[in-house]
Every structure is written in C-alpha cells, then in structure tokens.
Design a binder for this molecule. Structure first.
Ligand code: FES
Length: 151
C-alpha cells in the first residue's frame, strides 16, 4: 500500500488534535466495520458564521488520522456555508490521494465535520435535516459504493 507524502505527514504530525471544552458543535462518527471512531469539535462565531477553531480526536487507522487532520485545516477560518460543501473527495484530493481500501476513512472525516455542524444547528434550535449539505440522503450513494468496495 502506497501512501502519499501528505498522508504520511498528517499521520505523523496531525494538526489540531485535542478537544474544545466549550465547543459550539461536537460530532462523533464511527465505522462499524473497522471500529474506528472520530470526534470533531467546532467553535463557530455566531455573527460571521465562521469556524474560528476546530479540534479532533481520532481513535483509528493512520488514514483516518490523516483525513481528519487535513479536514480541520480545510475548514478552519471558513464560513459554515463553505464547510457544508466539504466532500470526502475533496479531503482525498487534498491528501494527494488515498488507496482504494482507505477511501472509507475520508468518508468518516466528512461525516465527522457534518455531524459537528448538525450538533451546532440542533443547539441553535434548527432542524439540521433542513440544511442543505446535512440532509440524510446527501451522500447515500457514495456510502453504497463504499460498502460495495469493502465487501
Ligand atoms: Fe477504518 Fe481507516 S480503517 S477509518
């Protein structure tokens, strides 16, 4: 299995590891097959709807650590409207690719970010399923594809 230099860099020196005690949104996702778990904490400035801080904790494989690390870099300082458009493919591209058997790790990174945003909206009293980018069916097709690849 060949990993890009970026994957190795983010795995060896992950950025933004940790927790945010007073996070505005916390998301936790896992993959039942491999058992890996990713937790993402967001601080969001209400006035500008911008991600002002992000931390993560991943109990998982090297690719899961690398994808969550680069995902935090991709969303830090970005408006929520842009973060909602984050895809696992963008995460993979930012890492200069991942081996096919590791693509599901990038899905976990996207899901962790979106789960944290869902929590943010829920805390604000907004139903997250009404937000474009967070609705349940957004990546259903991709997940089907992942499942096929895993089997
Ligand atoms: Fe499951 Fe990487 S092997 S997230």
């Amino acid at each position: 299995m060949i990993y890009s230099e970026k994957v190795i860099d983010h795995f060896s020196c992950p950025r933004n590891v940790g927790e945010i005690a007073d996070a505005d949104g916390v998301g936790e996702v896992g993959n039942a097959k491999c058992g890996d778990i990713m937790k993402m904490y967001l601080k969001i400035d209400e006035a500008t709807e911008t991600v002002t801080d992000v931390k993560f904790k991943t109990f998982g494989c090297g690719a899961a650590i690398a994808t969550s690390s680069i995902a935090t870099e991709m969303i830090l300082g970005k408006p929520v409207s842009e973060v909602l458009k984050l895809t696992n493919q963008a995460v993979v591209d930012a890492l200069d690719g991942l081996p096919a058997v590791k693509l599901h790790c990038s899905v976990l990174a996207e899901e962790a970010v979106k789960s944290a945003l869902s929590d943010y909206y829920t805390k604000k009293g907004i139903d997250p399923t009404t937000i474009k980018g967070l609705s349940a069916e957004s990546h259903e097709e991709e997940r089907e594809h992942e499942r096929e690849n895993e089997d």
